[in-house]
Design a protein around this ligand. Structure first.
Ligand SMILES: C[S@@+](CC[C@H](N)C(=O)[O-])C[C@H]1O[C@@H](n2cnc3c(N)ncnc32)[C@H](O)[C@@H]1O
Length: 250
């Protein structure tokens, strides 16, 4: 009787409204926080431990920074030290960046090293496939084809790296590479880049990997590509910082 009365007054409808549109979303929000902690955060925590266990020797014998910006600055410092040596023997020395997006990192490096020529490779349409072991699906980091403004010492090669890089080397036969920043996220393109640049590197050349370790898919990404293209005795680890790592060619 009371129920019927309340229904007539619209109270039941209101109660349903409160439950479905207010209480459930709030409960869902808190629950999802809990699930995130279990799967997302836990897998990142485990990946950091796994990175440390796997690369303990390398980590303890190289530089360890709190974030990627400190490692970037350290690479710049090391490059400056090498540049005078290179200049005595080599003329056509370039710095390459793979994965330019909005131009932030290439503008940082080219600002810091104004005497160097930089070439940036990007389609500006985002990653071509899902980046496994992360939450970034195909198309992430798209600049929607917009070419960023870059410093005067930067030239951009626009298109899929699998096409633009071989073409670039066909047209620039005699170039050597002092510095490479790999920030394309996915394994297949990283491996393609490493295979194509390998014979153009010099002793002391630096390769900086932006997504090397400390995330759930790390062993299937840049780390795997590095191991498949280079023998361990061909390089030394330079440093680690957050997810990034750098190596120098021996
Ligand atoms: C994470 S963003 C780069 C961010 C940039 N380095 C920075 O720090 O500001 C990754 C970029 O890689 C590019 N990319 C990934 N795979 C590519 C491929 N196979 N060919 C061309 N561009 C690619 C995407 O378009 C995207 O702009």
């Amino acid at each position: 009787m009371l129920k019927k009365f309340l229904t007539i007054l619209g109270v039941k409808t209101f109660a349903n409204y409160v439950r479905n549109w207010m209480a459930y979303p709030i409960i869902k929000f808190f629950k999802s926080g809990k699930y995130n902690r279990t799967i997302y955060q836990e897998s990142f925590d485990m990946a950091v431990k796994d990175t440390y266990e796997t690369l303990k020797n390398e980590i303890t014998n190289s530089m360890v920074f709190i974030d990627k910006y400190d490692l970037r600055a350290y690479c710049v410092k090391r490059l400056r030290e090498h540049l005078s040596e290179y200049k005595q023997t080599e003329n056509n020395i370039l710095c390459l960046e793979f994965g330019v997006w909005r131009g932030r990192s290439i503008n940082y490096f080219s600002d810091e090293l104004p005497e160097m020529k930089f070439i940036g490779f990007d389609s500006f349409h985002g990653i071509p496939e899902d980046w496994s072991g992360t939450g970034a699906p195909a198309g992430s980091f798209s600049a929607e084809g917009q070419i960023p403004t870059v410093n005067d010492n930067v030239k951009l090669q626009v298109g899929m790296i699998e096409e633009t890089l071989p073409k670039f080397f066909e047209e620039n036969l005699d170039v050597n590479i002092a510095f490479v920043h790999i920030d394309v996220d996915i394994y297949s393109t990283s491996k393609f880049i490493l295979s194509n640049i390998k014979n153009r590197l010099l002793p002391g050349s630096i390769i900086l990997f932006d997504d090397f370790c400390c995330f759930p898919g790390w062993k299937n990404g840049e780390y795997k590509a590095l191991n498949e293209v280079f023998e361990r005795e061909e390089y030394n680890y330079l440093g680690f910082g957050e997810m990034v790592s750098g190596i120098t060619i021996k």
